[in-house]
Design a protein around this ligand. Structure first.
Ligand SMILES: *[C@@H]1O[C@H](CO)[C@@H](O)[C@H](O)[C@H]1NC(C)=O
Ligand SMILES: *[C@@H]1O[C@H](CO)[C@@H](O)[C@H](O)[C@H]1NC(C)=O
Ligand SMILES: *[C@@H]1O[C@H](CO)[C@@H](O)[C@H](O)[C@H]1NC(C)=O
Ligand SMILES: *[C@@H]1O[C@H](CO)[C@@H](O)[C@H](O)[C@H]1NC(C)=O
Length: 447
């Protein structure tokens, strides 16, 4: 395969820049004390492997090189209605503004919040993080309307497929929908709630979640199995894909699991690895691997469903940044209680790179799928707006009342997932806007 970095210089301003950007993250994300990974992944308080561990302080992150030279003219474009469908709102560009309406639901009213993300019931004392709304520069982002969402999905099946971030987003959605129509849990595979389905009788909507942290076939690092992930980049993960025939809409969300040590296979042989000392493979990092996984996934969906009568709508949720500012198992790992101000935090480094790969692959799939009547794909670009929310994570409140006996020296922190309710609810607001737009511009089929 040669150098994985080679084919990337095209969009890098200079070689050294490209080199820094490509190489450094690989080393950064492998300086993970194995013990910490184990704790984070296999801690008995976590019923399911959580995503990843970026516990290097962002401040010491050497990849803080940025390509962005955007002159920040802070002109607020007046809110205006998007003129029909050719004016596409750029939801990624905006700021968080105070919002006294607060969330649609709370941890008491919603029964499907994963323990570790139910921050209020776990005693998180500051509630200011609940009172912000995302305000895109170009257009308004309406409050989430559960009935509209369910109406658009009437008689349909929607599936969330991916890692624990997919699940985080799904649970946010379930909680918001539950305020108007109660979902009934109709299926669970029993093991860590990795595969579940709910039924909304009011609209005959089925909503499911599939655990598949690579989307392609993979063997996850485990206590008993290999101590690194194994990915088969040209084969879809049939744990979810076998059900693809029943899906009308699918939301794909992956990323964090790609940072772990792994060996990659393609075409029946080893392609390389990411941090596999002692194994005789070439380090190839994970960006191009993520690209291949998404490519395989979108290609497989196009092939299997693109020509079917009902077709399929695909959403790719972009990378969700973590906000570790200190060590993950010390107090104050993600201590912020307010969003960043506009311009305070730039999208750069690994977060930017992961997002870029995902956006590029979605755009490529749009082009490839143009002639395919039953296939539609869009990115749900949440990276930027999520980056601005360092205050939205459970932090120590991933566990109930972490400071009940005073502040201990060691305390686990989740600065990756999002409290529910919280910032992640915004992702589903935007998801609904995409669905509304699809529905308006829709002549090909009823969505
Ligand atoms: C992220 O948001 C900032 C501030 O609104 C904006 O300047 C920047 O262009 C955005 N980046 C992307 C990739 O949308
Ligand atoms: C949660 O929401 C319900 C219904 O809106 C309300 O009655 C209850 O007081 C709320 N609980 C908290 C802790 O905010
Ligand atoms: C949803 O699942 C139920 C079974 O739980 C089934 O009766 C119903 O037809 C499904 N709805 C759709 C739209 O497939
Ligand atoms: C490592 O791989 C190379 C190329 O595949 C091979 O020539 C070499 O013998 C291998 N070394 C070991 C120790 O397996």
């Amino acid at each position: 395969m040669g150098s994985p970095f080679k084919d990337h210089q095209s969009h890098a301003p200079s070689y050294s820049h490209s080199f820094m950007k490509k190489i450094l993250p690989y080393f950064i994300y492998v300086i993970l004390p194995i013990a910490v990974i184990r704790l984070y992944l296999y801690s008995p308080t976590l019923p399911q492997p959580s995503t990843t561990v970026h516990h290097l302080p962002h401040s010491t992150n050497p990849i803080s090189i940025t390509t962005s030279s955007s002159s920040s003219s802070q002109h607020e474009v007046e809110e205006k209605k998007p003129a029909a469908k050719e004016t596409q709102c750029d939801y990624t560009n905006g700021k968080w503004v105070p919002d006294n309406m607060g969330p649609l639901y709370n941890g008491t009213t919603c029964g499907t919040i994963k323990e570790g993300q139910n921050c209020i019931t776990h005693g998180r004392p500051d509630l200011g993080y609940l009172y912000w709304k995302w305000k895109p520069k170009q257009c308004p982002l309406p409050r989430f309307e559960p009935n509209t969402f369910l109406h658009l999905l009437r008689n349909k099946n929607i599936a969330f497929v991916g890692d624990s971030m997919a699940r985080n987003q799904l649970e946010s959605l379930l909680c918001m929908l539950a305020t108007s129509s109660p979902p009934k849990l109709v299926y669970t595979d029993g093991e860590d709630n990795k595969f579940r389905r709910w039924f909304f009788a009011t609209h005959n909507v089925n909503m499911s979640v599939y655990w598949s942290p690579f989307l392609v076939k993979g063997v996850e690092k485990s206590r008993s199995g290999p101590d690194h992930n194994q990915l088969y980049l040209d084969q879809i993960d049939e744990r979810w894909a076998a059900d693809m025939g029943q899906m009308d809409m699918v939301v794909l969300s992956i990323g964090h699991w790609f940072l772990h040590p792994a060996v990659y296979f393609e075409g029946g042989s080893a392609l390389g690895c990411h941090f596999c000392p002692g194994l005789n493979h070439t380090e190839i990092g994970f960006y191009e691997v993520l690209r291949k996984a998404i490519k395989t996934t979108l290609k497989t969906i196009t092939e299997r469903r693109g020509t079917s009568e009902n077709g399929i709508n695909v959403i790719v949720t972009t990378f969700s940044p973590a906000h570790f500012e200190g060590e993950w198992d010390k107090a104050g790992a993600c201590p912020k209680t307010k969003p960043y101000n506009e311009g305070e935090k730039k999208l750069e480094g690994m977060d930017a790179e992961m997002r870029q790969v995902e956006v590029e692959e979605v755009e490529a799939a749009k082009v490839n799928g143009k002639e395919v009547s039953g296939f539609r794909v869009e990115e749900l670009d949440v990276t930027n707006l999520s980056l601005m929310r360092p205050d939205g994570h459970p932090g120590p409140y991933m566990n109930p009342f972490p400071f009940a006996h005073g502040v201990q020296e060691r305390v686990q922190n989740d600065c990756v997932h999002w409290c529910l309710p919280g910032a992640i609810d915004t992702w589903n607001q935007i998801l609904l806007e995409i669905m509304k737009k699809w529905n308006q511009g829709q002549s090909r089929r009823g969505m």
